[in-house]
Design a protein around this ligand. Structure first.
Ligand SMILES: [Zn+2]
Length: 420
């Protein structure tokens, strides 16, 4: 019944009209920039942007504002998940189920995943590689307000080499000339990042996860094209050696980093290279998920192979002060350990040594910084998009307060309100 009501609510949502003003009153505001909580705050929203935010004592509510009462809740910036494939297909039963998926079916499945992601409190995602550019079409439909979903920053298709990670994608490029072509094809399709696979991965049965499979001339070719277009490159990498090489060649981000060692993490810290851990993919809380999607034995063997080293890499990355942006490589809303993958990922960051504030920043402000969008999203500051989530506890005291998300606003539009 509740699901039906939510569905109905989503079908009838009306875009915020130009000049319309809303004010959220009664809640505490979590200021992720200053690292403090403002009790009894007011947030004023006009034309989808925050125009004022502060304590009720010195933030007047405009007379014409539609009031949204959220007494006893905490307001945080909309969550951001920097490693999402809305078209994700993993080996096993899941792959069998989608074996004959057409482009039309793919884009509908992705649209549904986008809606559920937004509903779970995630208002911005980065897609580091998806299928047949459906992600870029979807991003544009969401931007136009045609479909509900998070803001999407996309890298088009992942650039794979023959025998490397991503074999199921069907496209492979070898040598710097082919790789340049592949990079340019993504830019032409509308990619705002580029994603390369420089080592093997869990989900591809060939290619060592710890081995550097893409060559320096291939990596440099991608970095060159990205720089000419003013965009960034991130690398799927499980390998310490490959990561070190790619960081030295100028890549901007590293995904997973299963076998990263301290000197490489120190180099990343010095260079300001971003790390998106996706720690959930190798940790026990996710084993139920693998069972649910029928992951084959070879897949689970690769998960077990990386689990402990991956955890240690995350702990060392926190110790070394590496820039960390939250990402899951699971659907943001995917059930995980009684919550969602996004929230479980943030909890793992605290278990690995972050303070709750640091973990919340990874999921908001730091992700915005990684995207170069910190002027428009990532905190509840005047001038930014009104991407606002409400929860039932103080996340700076306990990151698990994120489990209680009950209100989601994006661009001033309410997409979920469980307490009405
Ligand atoms: Zn991925």
């Amino acid at each position: 019944m509740r699901k039906l009501l939510l569905l109905a609510a989503l079908l009838v949502w009306q875009p915020l009209l130009a000049g319309e003003t809303r004010a959220i009153v009664g809640a505490a505001l979590v200021d992720v920039i200053e690292g403090r909580v403002i009790p009894d705050a007011v947030v004023v929203i006009r034309d989808g942007r925050i125009t004022a935010a502060g304590s009720a004592a010195d933030t007047p509510v405009p007379e014409d504002a539609e009031r949204i009462e959220l007494e006893g809740r905490w307001l945080i910036p909309g969550l951001m998940n920097m490693h999402v494939h809305l078209g994700l297909i993993l080996p096993g039963l899941m792959a069998a189920e989608h074996a004959t998926e057409s482009d039309a079916q793919l884009v509908l499945r992705m649209a549904d995943n986008a809606r559920q992601s937004l509903h779970s409190g995630v208002t911005t995602i980065r897609q580091p590689g998806d299928r047949r550019h459906a992600d870029i079409a979807l991003a544009r439909a969401i931007d136009r307000g045609v479909l509900p979903g998070p803001r999407i920053v996309s890298s088009g298709e992942m650039i794979n080499i023959t025998g490397g990670h991503g074999a199921s994608m069907g496209t492979h490029f070898d040598g710097p000339y082919e790789i340049r072509k592949a990079a340019r094809l993504q830019v032409r399709a509308g990619a705002q990042w580029l994603k390369i696979a420089i080592s093997g991965g869990i989900a591809t049965p060939v290619g060592g996860i710890g081995q550097g499979l893409m060559t320096p001339d291939e990596i440099s070719a991608v970095v060159d094209i990205a720089e000419r277009h003013g965009i960034k490159v991130t690398a799927h990498s499980g390998s310490d050696h490959a990561t070190r090489e790619a960081v030295e060649l100028g890549i901007h981000g590293v995904e997973h980093g299963y076998f990263l060692q301290r000197p490489t993490l120190r180099l990343m810290s010095e260079r300001g290279t971003w790390y998106v851990p996706t720690i959930v993919v190798s940790q026990p809380a996710t084993f139920d998920f693998f069972e649910r999607i029928g992951s084959p034995p070879w897949y689970m063997a690769r998960v077990y192979e990386v689990g402990q080293d991956h955890w240690r890499a995350l702990e060392m990355a926190v110790e070394e002060g590496v820039n960390i942006a939250l990402g899951t490589d699971q659907f943001p809303y995917e059930p995980n350990d009684g919550t969602t993958a996004t929230v479980r990922e943030a909890e793992y960051y605290v278990e690995a040594g972050m303070t709750p504030l640091q973990a919340l920043r990874s999921a908001t402000l730091e992700s915005a910084r990684m995207l170069g969008m910190e002027d428009s999203i990532g905190s509840l500051s005047p001038g930014k998009h009104a991407d606002i989530v409400a929860i039932e506890g103080d996340p700076l005291a306990d990151i698990s307060a994120l489990r209680s998300i009950g209100f989601v606003m994006k661009g001033g539009q309410v997409y979920r309100h469980d307490w009405e």
